[in-house]
Design a protein around this ligand. Structure first.
Ligand code: NDP
Length: 398
């Protein structure tokens, strides 16, 4: 019997639960747990599958996690809570002998800092325990790493230039809203830009470098260079890479709101005292912004995320290559009640879990997704709602 625990029941957790429930031959039993059990109950009721149960856990507490794992004895935990909980969940996995998968690297609460070192430090302990940890198995990070692995396996002898391009051309009809957890999202977007060039990291101002890029079925969209966590593992795992960058699209309205939020201090993560109570402005802002989970209903348009790669093909000749997926917000909502940003994260998380449970991605230690065989994962993505497309020798615009 395969049993998984999904921790976190926000937009992404809801999609993971739907997709696991659609594949009962692999996911025989599913537990959904978060601090607020009523949220998990509502998702379980909406799915209506007999093999889903729910529970309550504060994943900041290793003790509570250990008790949860002892109660349910799962093979694998799918961590789609917040990045703050990655290490406590990994600790509890080691105590109880549970395998681990997540979609975002650990971040300390008091510093918006993105790197894998904290989680890579668990490698030896997972290896010795014979447990697998799969890091960053959403879309980006996640599918973008698997796309790069496919490019390296089937098309390139050397990858030289990698540009990950992430476009959301959807419209949710709100003046300002983030597509996933607002606190995590705003911390990510307001940090300095950073890319890899000739063995070094080059820093830029936040959203300082930008240019229009054309996205399939969407057209041109202004795209901004940002740091993104998968760059860190990809340049290590593909050492022929000379330059690696990440681009994301933003509309003018969004950027204006973001600038005002920053200018008035609402993006700050420094606690302030308000009427005798310590509050973090960004956490307060999260409480008043639209809940990303509620955006799906009127969301139209598509996301388009992919990798634009150039280098030498298997014969040593120059090759340019673009691999991508477009996902429709409305179709994602019809299937799961969530918009495409949650959908494109949750489907790969379920797929990575399926790879593990089928023994295809099972390797003791702590691994980023590109370290596994991309082929069976991409086969499943094609059939589970995120079909991908390839273009060869096209103008990459970058
Ligand atoms: P939400 O804020 O919608 O959901 C987060 C969930 O985590 C909530 O259900 C919350 O429920 C739960 N949670 C928070 N703290 C705790 C805790 N201490 N213990 C137990 N549960 C907790 O976020 P999203 O669903 O939008 O995002 C989930 C994750 O996915 C994030 O880590 C995000 O960074 C990642 N992500 C990754 C992407 C990728 O492509 N790789 C893209 C988008 C998101 P409750 O309050 O009931 O505890």
């Amino acid at each position: 019997m395969n049993k998984v625990i999904i921790i976190g029941c926000g937009g992404v957790g809801t999609v993971v639960a739907h997709k696991c429930a659609q594949n009962p031959d692999v996911f025989n039993e599913i537990v959904i747990a978060s601090r607020n059990k009523a949220k998990c109950d509502a998702v379980a009721a909406a799915i209506g599958a007999p093999n889903i149960t729910t529970d309550r856990v504060d994943a900041d507490s290793v003790e509570q996690l250990v008790a949860l794992f002892h109660r349910h004895r799962p093979q694998l935990v799918i961590n789609v809570a917040l990045p703050y909980q990655d290490l406590t969940i990994m600790d509890a996995c080691l105590v109880c002998g549970v395998n681990y998968l997540d979609t975002a690297n650990y971040e300390p609460r008091d510093e918006a800092h993105f790197e894998y070192s904290w989680q890579w430090a668990y490698r030896e302990r997972f290896e010795k325990a014979g447990l697998t940890a799969i890091l960053g198995c959403g879309f980006d990070p996640g599918v973008t790493g698997v796309y790069t692995a496919r490019a390296a396996k089937h098309h390139f002898s050397e990858i030289h230039y990698l540009d990950i391009v992430d476009c959301n051309a959807g419209n949710h009809g709100k003046a300002f809203a983030t597509n996933f957890n607002p606190e995590i999202n705003i911390r990510e977007i307001t940090q300095k830009g950073r890319y890899y060039q000739d063995g070094k990291w080059v820093e830029t101002g936040a959203l300082e470098v930008h240019k229009p890029l054309n996205y399939p079925e969407i057209g041109p969209r202004e795209s901004y260079l940002m740091y993104h966590e998968e760059l860190e593992s990809l340049v290590i795992n593909y050492p022929t890479i000379k330059r690696a960058r990440f681009w994301m699209t933003f509309g003018q309205e969004y950027l204006t709101h973001l600038r005002v939020i920053q200018d008035i201090g609402m993006a700050s993560i420094e606690p302030i005292n308000y009427q005798g109570m310590d509050i973090v402005p960004l956490q307060f802002l999260k409480a008043v912004l639209p809940n990303p989970k509620e955006l799906g209903q009127n969301y139209t348009g598509q996301t388009s995320i992919g990798c634009r790669i150039s280098g030498l093909d298997k014969e040593g000749k120059p090759l340019t290559y673009y691999i991508y997926n477009n996902c429709d917000h409305h179709a994602a909502f019809e299937e799961t009640g969530m918009q495409a940003v949650s959908y494109t994260t949750g489907v790969p998380a379920m797929t990575g879990a399926m790879m593990f449970l089928k023994g295809l991605w099972s390797k003791p230690g702590v691994h980023n997704v590109e370290e596994f065989d991309p082929d069976p994962f991409l086969d499943v993505l094609n059939r589970q709602g995120l079909p991908w497309h390839e273009k060869f020798n096209v103008d990459l615009e970058l």
